[in-house]
Design a binder for this molecule. Structure first.
Ligand SMILES: CC(=O)N[C@H]1[C@@H](OP(=O)(O)OP(=O)(O)OC[C@H]2O[C@@H](n3ccc(=O)[nH]c3=O)[C@H](O)[C@@H]2O)O[C@H](CO)[C@@H](O)[C@@H]1O
Ligand SMILES: C=C(OP(=O)(O)O)C(=O)O
Length: 438
């Protein structure tokens, strides 16, 4: 278990370039299984989850060449399906959430797809029904081994159909789309998720020869094709990292420029930060955050009632930024409610913020009321353990704003999704030391 030692209370300054998007990368990498032709992908983040998926694809027989930082070619022309039945695969597949998305492409191209219960953050129930109901709708036979927690789908052929998803699952929609592009006939997916990750996936699949209409909406109409070909793809900047750096700048009263953010793909993100009083300035394709020397003031609604920040499927506000919003609210002028609708265990990390002196009432597992200090009292340094990726980064931001030296254990949770975070933050003035565990 590695650890960060953080000396808080220093202002940061400078420019930071967001990495390529983690959740997009996990989808895009799985899509290389859909063709025997070469696919070149740029801006792949160098993070634990993505590297685990690349290693898994390699074991599946995908030929992988690293051609530069974040740039790889992939060629899935000789897939080793036996690996899917190995004990090794049962271990590898469990290591991350994104591995679930190999199932759709494997089913579509080779007639079978297996996966052990995938990993990812322990932030509440994370069921997979939407994925498998989608495959069943396309004509696949499903089985689940309860002892091994091992899922499997098989089909001689997939046939397009109409389906109404029970929830707009992000990875579920990606998985079903990747199966449907090679199905016979037309598939309509209603209540589809439409995060930029999915829009990017659909655009890439269309460049490979797929026929997907409705990209960016909650109804995708997919006309199946016999075969897909190669393409080039570049990952968008990671919008969750961008939100994390906005929060970091505000809470440490630092002046930061977040470069090349792909503004038009950020949806509600800039506005939600503005609602809690943070100045988010557009400069070309950069975000400029001035030093919030006089703090930031939470806006009320027009009728004067208290602000609630909650998540919703895209184009709603992403649940992956709520932990960061909650953390920066602890120093806001005013109060707000954070309502995490999707995941029931994601707010428990507030205990650590309360230990640091934050004023938070956890109303129930989904809702917390935060009463901001307006910097009249700084958070106290402490020792904590990162429970999940976004709570981990939130605690890191809290520690950077706190008085004294904090310790965060289990930072592998942070490394799962943030590339070289300590080095990149040191470059803008943060005092962070990484101590490797045994
Ligand atoms: C690898 C990856 O891409 N992970 C992301 C993906 O996870 P993932 O695809 O696993 O998450 P899902 O979209 O399936 O949904 C997660 C949870 O939210 C609930 N749910 C979902 C849709 C909905 O309309 N209402 C609702 O309550 C589901 O019941 C489920 O419990 O999407 C999540 C939701 O944006 C993000 O937090 C994860 O970072
Ligand atoms: C919950 C997240 O990731 P995963 O789905 O990989 O656990 C996240 O990125 O915030």
């Amino acid at each position: 278990m590695a650890t960060f030692i953080i000396e808080g209370g220093h202002k940061l300054k400078g420019r930071i370039q967001p990495q390529g998007a983690k959740n997009e990368a996990l989808q895009i990498l799985c899509a290389v299984l859909l063709t025997a032709e070469e696919i070149k992908i740029d801006n792949i983040p160098d993070i634990i989850d993505v590297n685990k998926l690349i290693a898994l694809l390699k074991k599946l027989g995908v030929k992988i060449n690293k051609i530069g930082k974040g740039s790889y070619t992939f060629k899935a022309d000789d897939i080793n399906l036996k690996y899917l039945e190995s004990a090794e695969f049962k271990e590898d597949g469990k290591g991350l959430r994104g591995s679930i998305m190999i199932v759709g492409p494997l089913l579509a191209r080779f007639g079978k797809g297996y996966i052990p219960k995938p990993g990812g953050d322990k932030i509440g129930r994370r069921r997979l029904d939407t994925h498998f109901e989608g495959f069943i709708n396309l004509g696949a036979k499903f089985r689940y081994n309860k002892e091994d927690l091992f899922y499997g789908v098989e089909a001689d052929k997939l046939t397009g159909t109409y389906m109404l998803l029970d929830e707009a699952s992000v990875t579920g929609t990606a998985n079903i789309v990747m199966a449907a592009v090679l199905a016979e006939g037309t598939t309509t997916i209603y209540n589809a998720a439409c995060e930029p990750y999915l829009q990017q996936l659909c655009k890439m699949l269309n460049r490979m020869g797929a026929k997907i209409n409705g990209v960016g909406s909650n109804m995708l109409i997919i006309e199946g094709v016999d075969k897909l070909g190669g393409t080039d793809h570049r990952m968008l900047p990671d919008m969750i990292e961008i939100g994390s750096w906005i929060g970091l700048a505000a809470m440490t009263k630092s002046e930061l420029t977040i470069t090349n953010v792909s503004w038009d793909d950020l949806g509600q993100i800039p506005n939600v930060f503005r609602k809690i009083g943070i100045t988010v300035e557009r400069q070309g394709d950069d975000i400029y955050i001035p030093a919030h020397t006089n703090g930031y003031e939470v806006q009320n609604y027009i009728d004067g009632s208290i602000l609630t920040v909650s998540d919703a499927p895209w184009p709603g506000f992403t649940p992956d930024l709520l932990s960061i919003i909650l953390t920066i609210l602890t120093q806001a002028r005013g109060s707000a409610v954070v309502h995490q609708k999707m995941f029931e265990s994601r707010l428990f990390f507030v205990d650590k913020l309360i230990d640091m002196g934050a004023k938070i009432i956890l109303c129930d597992p989904h809702r917390a009321t935060v009463i901001g200090h307006d910097f009249k009292s700084t958070l106290k340094a402490t020792t904590m353990t990162s429970p999940d990726i976004r709570a981990g980064v939130s605690l890191l931001i809290a520690a950077l704003s706190a008085k004294g030296t904090s310790t965060i254990h289990n930072i592998e949770q942070i490394d799962r999704g943030y590339e070289n975070i300590d080095e990149r933050l040191r470059a803008i003035g943060a005092k962070i030391t990484r101590v490797d565990g045994n």
